[in-house]
Design a protein around this ligand. Structure first.
Ligand code: ATP
Ligand code: MG
Length: 264
């Protein structure tokens, strides 16, 4: 389904190169895989999502989706198959447009071929149904600008819009991190429901270790631009949150030692 082969990405700094953000990453996601991605700050999680979405071009490696090589495709071309929701609720929706207009845009983006006609009564009814399912009262606010909604409402809407584009792959980058605990839980529940309903393949970055083990069917741990752990099946079921946190802490420790060595 999604396949990354030897993907490397480095950023230029004044007078040289930074440590690689991705180092020869190989990853294969099967159809319907829902992988959570964890790792310390700067591990390369967002960079991984960015090279898949086409926001960033890797120096090396290939990216394949459904048997097509996308490596040289611009971001907007990949967007027909790949949807994203970011941490910042302001990024997924257009604030000055109404709830209905935002949904209509997403819906039009999902029509890959054929006419992109205006939203009709049938679509409007469908939007209303989606919003009713959210239980956030958004179905009564179709004509309001999205800028008036709360962060949680906007993230929920961004998710529904992402699903409305009928993507093959959904990329979530800490999309519940900026929300209060209740909204965060609601958006996570909605995520799981939409993923199941539309049978999406997902990469979801999170700093929540419990979530990383409970949601989806795989857990990837990144460290210094590499995927150093790929938990699935029995091994994932056996892994406890404490053990995962401990291996995380060990990583941080190693980094500290390394830095000290460098300083010394
Ligand atoms: N646009 C950029 N320009 C320069 N360096 C960048 C850029 N984006 C990321 N980096 C660097 O690449 C490395 C990986 O960053 P990335 O954002 O992928 O980490 P992350 O795992 O998402 O971290 P976090 O948990 O803090 O979001 C870091 O060293 C970061 O400073
Ligand atoms: Mg990040």
């Amino acid at each position: 389904m999604l396949s990354l082969r030897g993907v490397s990405k480095r950023f230029r700094l004044d007078g040289g190169w930074e440590r690689p953000a991705l180092q020869g990453v190989d990853l294969f996601l099967a159809e319907g895989d829902f992988a959570t991605v964890i790792g310390p700050n700067g591990a390369g999680k967002s960079t991984l999502l960015n090279v898949v979405a086409g926001t960033l071009r890797p120096e090396e490696g290939q990216i394949w989706l459904d048997g097509r090589e996308l490596s040289h495709w611009p971001e907007h071309r990949r967007a027909r198959w790949i949807a994203r929701v970011f941490q910042d609720p302001l990024r997924g929706t257009a604030a000055h447009l109404t709830v209905e207009e935002n949904l209509a845009l997403a819906w039009a983006r999902g029509r890959r071929r054929g006419l992109r006609r205006a939203v009709g009564a049938r679509e409007r009814r469908r939007f209303q149904e989606w919003l009713e399912q959210l239980n956030l009262g958004l179905e009564h606010r179709l004509k309001q600008p999205v800028g008036l909604l709360s962060g949680g409402q906007r993230q929920a809407l961004a998710l529904v819009m992402a699903a409305a584009t009928r993507p093959r792959l959904l990329l979530l980058d800490e999309h519940t991190a900026a929300l209060d605990p209740t909204a965060s839980r609601q958006v996570m529940e909605l995520t799981c429901r939409l993923v199941a309903e539309h049978r999406l393949t997902v990469l979801m970055v999170t700093h929540n270790m419990e979530q990383a083990l409970e949601v989806g069917n795989r857990t990837l741990m990144m460290h210094e631009g590499r995927i150093i752990l790929d938990l699935q099946g029995e091994a994932r079921r056996r892994m406890g949150v404490e053990e995962l946190v401990a291996s995380f802490a060990r990583l941080r420790g190693e980094r500290l030692v390394e830095d000290r060595l460098l300083l010394g």
